[in-house]
Ligand binder design. Structure first.
Ligand SMILES: Nc1ncnc2c1ncn2[C@@H]1O[C@H](COP(=O)(O)OP(=O)(O)O)[C@@H](O)[C@H]1O
Ligand SMILES: O=P(O)(O)OC[C@H]1O[C@](O)(COP(=O)(O)O)[C@@H](O)[C@@H]1O
Ligand SMILES: [Mg+2]
Length: 366
């Protein structure tokens, strides 16, 4: 019997979502002869009982398929709303739309919501991880992260030479309220001198001493500081911004503090990259991950499986129970991991690793 498969995108958008949709529609249609419908605006589409038929030729009637390299999501997405107050209606929406199965593409927050709905509704459901925060656990790769890292590195490339030309310190604020993967990986790849992430508290003294050392010992009169929007200061400080929402002013705060500790002797500029990090054409790697994940999700449904997430592990795409993923998400940067050590090996300042942090957050001994 022909299956009717729904697909939705949930949470913050990221590059590569349309490439997933393309892969799912193609594989489900061509290999299994299923009908695929898109559910607009995530769970809101289920609530409002909306489904859009999706064809393998994408949007263009001349047969051009723009989905592989188009940013955003043609289905729309939401990352706010009282979804869990409408569980029964959303669950009923799946059945009213006569879906036989659903693929949900989302980050840790979306997957937690979708998991509750699927277990209540007895849906056949498979998840595909996407997030520029890279904080979904049990998978080495997610859709969207690689493009966001490349976007930041591109910005760092540009900022380095203008910083050097004017002997300036450039502060670059990137996304990441709780997870610092984006700041850490782009900071290393972009040659940052200072990387501040939520998982490893920093001190202003540490930042200022490092900038002074660069100048006095190595003759470097410019520097690049990458700061995650949710970076944490080590000592309690009433003036330190907390990041409950995007654009919390972390870059500006650090700029003001460096000015203070240098007696205004350092020329500083701040760039807040903001939603530029979420947009753009997906990288080749993100298209590859998106396509492999889309195919694998369809195969899992064809195999009768449910409540699973497709994951990239040891170079293979595998299925992991959604419950197991949610039990350990969000996945934060382990302050002792090899990338942190790599940054330290270049004498990048990356905060102060204390035994207490390692013990309380990650339960490992120094
Ligand atoms: N269907 C939804 N309804 C309401 N809020 C949602 C929904 N999906 C996700 N969210 C919220 O949006 C935020 C981001 O979602 P998430 O899936 O983690 O995406 P990402 O981290 O990639 O931006 C989370 O706080 C989550 O709870
Ligand atoms: O698009 P919005 O609503 O401004 O959200 C921006 C936030 O989305 C994210 O990409 C995902 O964050 P969460 O999963 O923690 O909600 C953050 O890095 C960023 O702070
Ligand atoms: Mg998230």
């Amino acid at each position: 019997m022909q299956k009717r498969l729904g697909i939705l995108t949930s949470g913050g958008d990221c590059p590569g979502l349309n490439a997933v949709i393309r892969a799912v529609v193609n594989h489900a249609t061509l290999t299994y002869d299923w009908q695929v419908v898109g559910i607009p605006y995530a769970t809101r589409g289920l609530l409002e009982r909306k489904a859009i038929p999706l064809s393998i030729h994408g949007l263009d009637l001349r047969g051009i398929d723009p989905l592989l390299n188009m940013g955003g999501t043609i289905l729309g997405s939401i990352n706010k709303g009282d979804t869990l107050a409408h569980v029964d209606e959303i669950v009923a929406g799946y059945h009213a739309l006569e879906l036989d199965a659903l693929i949900g593409i989302g980050g840790d927050g979306s997957l937690a919501i979708l998991n509750q709905l699927q277990s209540k509704g007895n849906w056949q459901f498979v998840a595909i991880p996407k997030t520029i925060d890279n904080d979904v656990c049990k998978t080495e790769r997610v859709v969207g992260f690689d493009t966001a890292v490349n976007t930041i590195v591109d910005a760092l490339n540009r900022l380095t030479f203008t910083a050097a030309s004017h002997d300036r310190v450039m502060i670059v604020e990137v996304m990441g309220r709780k997870a610092g993967h984006l700041a850490l990986q782009s900071g290393i790849a972009g040659g940052a001198d200072v990387i501040l992430i939520p998982e490893i508290p920093y001190t202003i003294k540490g930042v200022c001493e490092h900038l002074a050392e660069l100048r006095d010992r190595w003759g470097r009169r410019f520097a690049i500081v990458v700061v995650a929007e949710g970076a944490q200061i080590a000592a309690d400080s009433s003036s330190h911004p907390s990041c409950e929402k995007p654009s919390c002013g972390m870059g500006q705060y650090i700029a003001d503090e460096i000015r203070r500790c240098s007696n205004d002797q350092i020329d500083i500029r701040v760039s807040v990259l903001g939603h530029i990090q979420r947009g753009g054409i997906p990288s080749a790697l993100d298209r590859l991950i998106a396509t492999a994940f889309g195919k694998a999700a369809v195969d899992l449904l064809a195999d009768g499986q449910s409540a699973q997430m497709v994951a990239w592990q040891n170079g293979q795409v595998v299925a992991v129970p959604l419950e197991a993923v949610l039990a350990c998400s969000p996945c934060l940067v382990d302050p002792n991991n090899f990338l942190v050590q790599t940054a330290r090996s270049l004498s990048t300042y990356i905060g102060n690793l204390t035994p207490a942090i390692v013990k309380t957050q990650f339960n490992v001994t120094l």
